[in-house]
Design a protein. Structure first.
Length: 389
């Protein structure tokens, strides 16, 4: 059977438009009642990676969560909204993120329960190339009758793209995230672990916020908002990601999570096997979407020069406001602080880009020689043209 991906135009985050268009997307997939019944629990899992205002477009817009809570509330289901944010997974940090991301205000008159998904953790194992790796997911997630994954449409400085599959990494506690980055620095193995989490959690539905996405050096504060005007939904998160990357002008075979999903037979990426319902895909295709300089997408376009990339991660001392988040979350503990200045020991950095993703001040910068950028841009545009014909 072909995977089905619903596309509905949504030009803004106004309450009326989001409610109407989300309702339409759900109807195209059989209606909210298909996923959860009265009295059951539905967990909405937004992307709440950083405490940033909704206008920055780095996190799932609160109006999307509010209207999903509305539609699932009509079924009589009990709505839970939860995440396990990057950094200290404490109630205080969740409070900060909840306020900054606009969730507190948006959900104030909606019946729901908020949850920090860091208790009663259950261990899962994945075997990659003969080695066993563990990750932990809260039993609360597994006990919900339906998980609805609500990612943001964003570029990613290492993995190129972050959508449905990558958003579920947010369910893991901070220490588990750090350990896995350290244990799996190779992007293809890391992607297999992400696909394993996806297969374990098995969300009933994925709804992607692509009204305003992120381009350039996402997924953190270095990324730039870009209006797409779209809501996407599917029961198949792999197919959803494949359509999303097509909208960015990228081929699924070059996206680590999509390639890993094919290797592990976890979902559908072939356009022939994906049915688009709702609005016309071609209207949303972007021909000049900016891809992160450091992403693995460029790796085999500019192999030799790519190896130099690590050398250009640095902390801009003028922008850094000394919060220490990068050092606290670096999986290899290679960010030092001396006399109030944070710096990276490049010779032992594994290039995981966690510091780049987590920095609230956009102070972790990546630079490349001009020749690299020119060669990469030329090859990337040619590739995007070929993949879109
Ligand atoms: S580089 Fe960013 S995350 Fe690190 S201490 Fe400075 S502001 Fe904080
Ligand atoms: S310095 Fe940054 S990129 Fe390097 S290992 Fe630490 S978090 Fe990852």
């Amino acid at each position: 059977m072909r995977a089905k991906v619903a596309l509905v135009a949504c030009g803004s985050y106004s309450a009326g438009e989001v409610q109407r268009q989300l309702g339409r997307a759900l109807e195209l997939l059989g209606g909210a009642g298909r996923f959860v019944k009265a009295g059951q629990r539905v967990l909405l899992k937004p992307n709440l990676c950083l405490p940033q205002a909704p206008e920055r477009a780095l996190t799932t817009h609160p109006e999307i969560i509010r209207q999903l809570a509305y539609w699932f509330g009509l079924t009589g289901a009990r709505v839970v909204v939860g995440d396990n944010p990057v950094g200290d997974a404490t109630q205080d940090r969740l409070d900060v993120i909840w306020n900054e991301c606009g969730m507190q205000e948006a959900l104030k008159d909606i019946p729901y329960t908020r949850s920090l998904l860091n208790k009663n953790m259950r261990e899962f194992k994945i075997h990659i190339d003969g080695t066993s790796y563990s990750y932990f997911v809260s039993q609360e997630v597994l006990d919900c009758e339906a998980v609805v994954n609500v990612p943001k449409f964003k570029t990613h400085s290492l993995m190129t793209f972050t959508g449905a599959v990558k958003n579920l990494y947010g369910l893991l506690p901070a220490n588990s995230k750090k350990t896995l980055h350290y244990q799996l620095p190779e992007h293809d193995k890391f992607a297999e672990m992400l696909v394993s989490i996806y297969s374990t959690v098995k969300p009933a539905l994925h709804v992607m916020d692509a009204v305003v996405g992120i381009e350039g050096d996402g997924p953190g504060t270095k990324g730039e908002p870009r209006h797409i005007g779209l809501l996407m939904a599917s029961t198949d998160g792999i197919a959803l990601d494949a359509v999303a990357t097509r909208i960015m002008g990228l081929g699924a075979s070059r996206i680590p999570t999509s390639a890993a999903a094919v290797r592990l037979a976890a979902g559908e990426v072939d356009p022939e096997n994906i049915e688009i319902v709702g609005d016309d895909l071609d209207v949303f295709i972007q021909t000049d979407y900016k891809i992160p300089e450091t992403s693995v997408y460029h790796k085999d376009l500019t192999k030799k020069l790519f190896r130099l990339s690590k050398s250009f991660i640095r902390i801009n001392q003028d922008k850094c406001h000394r919060c220490g988040l990068c050092a606290a979350n670096c999986p290899t503990s290679v960010i030092d602080v001396k006399e109030g200045r944070y710096s990276i020991r490049l010779e032992v950095c594994i290039g995981c880009m966690t510091c780049h993703e987590i920095c609230p001040a956009a102070a972790v910068e990546t630079e490349r020689p001009l020749i690299y950028q020119q060669l990469k841009d030329l090859k990337l545009r040619n590739l995007q043209k070929r993949e879109m014909t």
